[in-house]
Design a protein around this ligand. Structure first.
Ligand SMILES: [Mn+2]
Length: 330
């Protein structure tokens, strides 16, 4: 057996807190993605099998196709009678206390465990209640490591959730650095040994999009601007331009293949704010997560986001100027 480098042991306080708890709230970030939702669902399956009563907390919106069907399983706030039981709280895929949104506020003061893989953030619980592994490609694989440590066998349903979280954050086996590939894929192989079908899961998570959606994506790609001799590409979506689905992932997937590109930015105007999705290319030398944190956002080395107030034009000007000043972009 090859050594476990990423998923080293959980602290005894984490294990003891879970063992002792009867009621457990599992919270994730607002505007959730597949890794967040499927990590929450997997965590709930695992803890339920130990006889725990779980409560899934996520304020949504569940507007991504691959997660929308699961919305009815989640609550957007915690009723007082649940808080009164002094439940344990497990927060997944969040690097700061504000990521879950308003719904987490009434839970401050309860014991919180944090399971996360973001490289930047601000700690919001005791050190020995945090299990943060920036090298883990998804939070769902951290949940899988917790399952293993708790001695809970994999079921097909749990394996499917963990795989979906993994697939979301790696862009289906794309974003996996050499350093962690072996340990990561051995864990994924154990999931497929449970009888899940990678092919079916891919189709389940992608099929059913409207042709109109792809016409919209192509319009956004059409208006892409190229800066820094093609090293920086960006496009934008205005307030009055609506579409079903989230074009970001399809835009990054295409534009990151353009020759010489190092960074792709996607600006989305929304309610007086601008959401900025940022991706940098593997081996580009650009840590876009580090830059996102200077805007109050967060993420990973190659994938990050931020949300700032201001006009679309001003923010495009500021962010493209600052990104082009990052070393290696000129
Ligand atoms: Mn994640």
């Amino acid at each position: 057996m090859t050594e476990n480098r990423i998923y080293t042991a959980f602290s005894s306080r984490i294990i003891e807190s879970i063992t002792a708890a009867d009621n457990i709230i599992i919270a994730g970030h607002s505007n959730p993605d597949g890794d967040c939702i499927f990590s929450q669902l997997a965590c709930s399956e695992i803890l339920s099998s130990l006889g725990k009563k779980t409560f899934l907390l996520n304020q949504g919106p569940f507007d991504r196709d691959e997660i929308s069907a699961f919305a009815p399983l989640f609550h957007s706030q915690v009723p007082q009678d649940v808080i009164d039981t002094r439940p344990l709280v497990i927060v997944v895929d969040c690097s700061t206390i504000d990521r879950p949104g308003e719904c987490i506020k009434p839970l401050e003061g309860l014991r919180m465990i944090v399971l996360d893989h973001h490289s930047s953030g601000r700690p919001f619980t005791d050190e020995d209640l945090m299990y943060i592994r920036a090298e883990s490609v998804s939070t769902s694989l951290i949940v899988d490591a917790l399952r293993e440590e708790l001695g809970v066998p994999l079921t097909k349903k749990t394996a499917s959730y963990i795989y979906k979280g993994f697939a979301t954050d790696t862009g289906f086996f794309h974003f996996i650095s050499d350093k962690v590939a072996g340990e990561t894929l051995r864990r994924v192989a154990a999931l497929t040994d449970c009888g899940i079908s990678p092919y079916e899961i891919y189709d389940e998570m992608h099929d059913g999009k409207k042709l109109e959606y792809f016409r919209f994506v192509s319009m956004l790609i059409q208006r892409t601007e190229s800066l820094c001799s093609g090293k920086l590409l960006y496009t934008f979506q205005k307030n009055d331009e609506e579409t079903d689905g989230k074009p970001g992932d399809d835009i990054y997937a295409q534009l990151l293949q353009v020759e010489n590109v190092k960074v792709v930015l996607f600006f989305k105007e929304k309610d007086g704010c601008v959401e900025i999705g940022m991706r940098s290319k593997n081996r580009s030398g650009v840590d876009i997560g580090q830059y996102a944190s200077t805007l109050g956002g967060g993420g990973h080395r190659y994938a990050a986001g931020a949300r700032i107030e201001g006009s679309l034009e001003d923010i495009i000007e500021k962010v493209t100027r600052e990104v082009s000043e990052i070393s290696g972009m000129k």
